[in-house]
Design a protein around this ligand. Structure first.
Ligand SMILES: Nc1ncnc2c1ncn2[C@@H]1O[C@H](COP(=O)(O)OP(=O)(O)O)[C@@H](O)[C@H]1O
Ligand SMILES: [Mg+2]
Length: 474
């Protein structure tokens, strides 16, 4: 039952829910205020009636005390005064004096008369002797004409009841009216507050990736709705940026794949030609296989770039001896360097250890040395420097260095210097070096050395010093 009501409430539109809550509170307030007013009016009017009764009782008492002749014999002071409800009785309940309509019976009961003989009492009768519904009576003892008498005065409560009934009618008609107006105002306010949300929703439905640049309308107010709109728009900015980035990547990647693929196709067509001699055919197939190797390498590079786009490139760090890593790289490139007549040297202090994924470190070194061989010239030096809590792995050459203004974007993907075009690379080498450095929490840097030539390096975390075997605690 309660759960059902909850579910119903949860399904209601927010503005209806707000309005209902508003209505309930307003109804409670109105009912409470009305009730208070109703009761207050009754007690105030009754207090006024009581004050009137007291003053009339005083008047009658004074009259009785003045009358020198006995009440029974002489003219009644009450008739002369024209009081509406007044009686004088003795302590036995006999009516001594009264208005003409009240001469027959005492207004008070025997018990009340006994009580009134000693002190002033106030009582209320539902049905009085006269033709009045509810009546309030005040009885007070008086010593006059040598006997103990009781003065009784009364007043109808009809005006009080009439006033209360009128107020009640007013509240019954006015209350729901006020409630209705308040509820309408509440509904209007809630609907107004939610309108910007509806506007944002409509715009959001129209937003498409194919038509970028559209944003949600943000209301001028400084509130949750406006902040929600701003936050969603910022999210759209980021998504659009990421989307554009992705699109550029796919376009660039397709472009890079096209050249080796068409070369591959050309080689294969050549091999298939009828007139091709067996030796030429073999040549073409070897060349096709080389092109396929290049494609595989390119695909692997693209994979690394795509992975680093999804956050940090995943690495499996290990402790690596820096000098050993450089020496291994030198050996890998020794043949190519010799072919080009370039000296390849390693300058590394002993026992310098760093934390890196060995395969990724080799890959970064390969890309840097490959660049030095491809774009540089003269001597190539692999250097370890350890200026702080990190280790720098440098590759320096004596070539022409980076073109002017190129360094800032050198690590972006698919960028290559004009002179480098047509020399094979896809412009992914340095982007991968940077991705690897970042994957280890470091950075990649490049500069042109003042003495000429390029210097490219990555920062990697230094391995904590090997702890000597722990001495036994004293
Ligand atoms: N050692 C270097 N000396 C001069 N220019 C370099 C050097 N290394 C890289 N570059 C420049 O940076 C560009 C980007 O390098 P890279 O990302 O490895 O792409 P790629 O080698 O495929 O051209 C190269 O095209 C080249 O212009
Ligand atoms: Mg390269």
């Amino acid at each position: 039952m309660v759960a059902g009501a909850r579910r119903l409430l949860d399904r209601m539109p927010t503005r209806v829910r707000v309005t209902l809550a508003f209505m309930a509170v307003t109804a409670l307030l109105l009912a409470g205020a009305g009730m208070l007013l109703y009761v207050r009016l009754g007690t105030t009017l009754e207090a006024t009636v009581d004050r009137g009764l007291r003053s009339r009782a005083g008047d009658v008492t004074a009259l009785i005390k003045q009358a020198d002749s006995g009440l029974a014999q002489g003219g009644s002071p009450l008739t002369e005064q024209g009081e509406s409800l007044a009686q004088v009785v003795d302590v036995h309940g006999r009516v001594v004096d009264a208005l003409p309509a009240l001469r027959a019976h005492p207004l008070l009961s025997a018990r009340e008369i006994r009580a009134a003989a000693t002190r002033t009492i106030l009582v209320e009768h539902d049905r009085s002797a006269v033709d009045v519904d509810r009546v309030r009576l005040l009885a007070t003892p008086v010593q006059a004409q040598d006997q103990r008498l009781i003065v009784v005065v009364g007043a109808s409560l009809e005006p009080v009841e009439e006033a209360q009934a009128q107020l009640g009618r007013l509240l019954l008609i006015g209350g729901p009216g006020v409630l209705l107006i308040a509820s309408l105002a509440g509904y209007g306010a809630a609907a107004g507050a939610l309108r910007p949300v509806e506007q944002m929703r409509r715009r959001a439905r129209e937003i498409q990736a194919s038509r970028p640049g559209r944003r949600l309308p943000v209301p001028a107010s400084n509130d949750e709705v406006a902040r929600l709109g701003e936050t969603l728009n910022e999210m759209l900015d980021r998504l659009e940026e990421a989307f554009a980035h992705e699109r550029r990547f796919v376009a660039d990647a397709s472009h890079e794949l096209r050249t080796p693929l068409s070369i591959l196709k050309g080689e294969l067509e050549l091999a298939l030609r009828d007139a091709t001699a067996r030796a030429e055919m073999r040549e073409a197939v070897i060349s096709a296989a080389e092109e396929a190797d290049r494609l595989v390498a390119l695909a692997e590079d693209l994979l690394i770039i795509a992975r680093s786009d999804q956050g940090r490139l995943p690495v499996r760090p290990d402790v690596v001896d820096a000098g050993d890593a450089l020496e291994a790289a030198r050996r890998r490139f020794a043949a190519r360097a010799a072919e080009r007549g370039v000296a390849l040297e390693v300058h590394a202090p002993e026992h310098e250890r760093l934390v890196a994924d060995p395969l990724r470190l080799d890959q970064a070194l390969d890309n840097m040395v490959d660049n030095a061989l491809r774009h540089g010239s003269g001597r190539i030096v692999l250097v370890i420097e350890a200026p702080g809590d990190h280790v720098e792995v440098h590759v320096r050459d004596d070539g022409p260095g980076f073109p002017d203004g190129f360094i800032a974007g050198a690590f972006d993907r698919f960028t290559r210097g004009d002179a480098a075009r047509g020399r094979g690379g896809a412009g992914l080498g340095l982007a991968i070096v940077d991705a690897i450095a970042r994957g280890h929490g470091g950075r990649a840097h490049a500069r042109n050395r003042p003495e000429g030539g390029a210097d490219v390096w990555i920062e990697l975390p230094r391995a904590p010093a090997a702890t000597p075997p722990a001495a036994a605690p004293a």
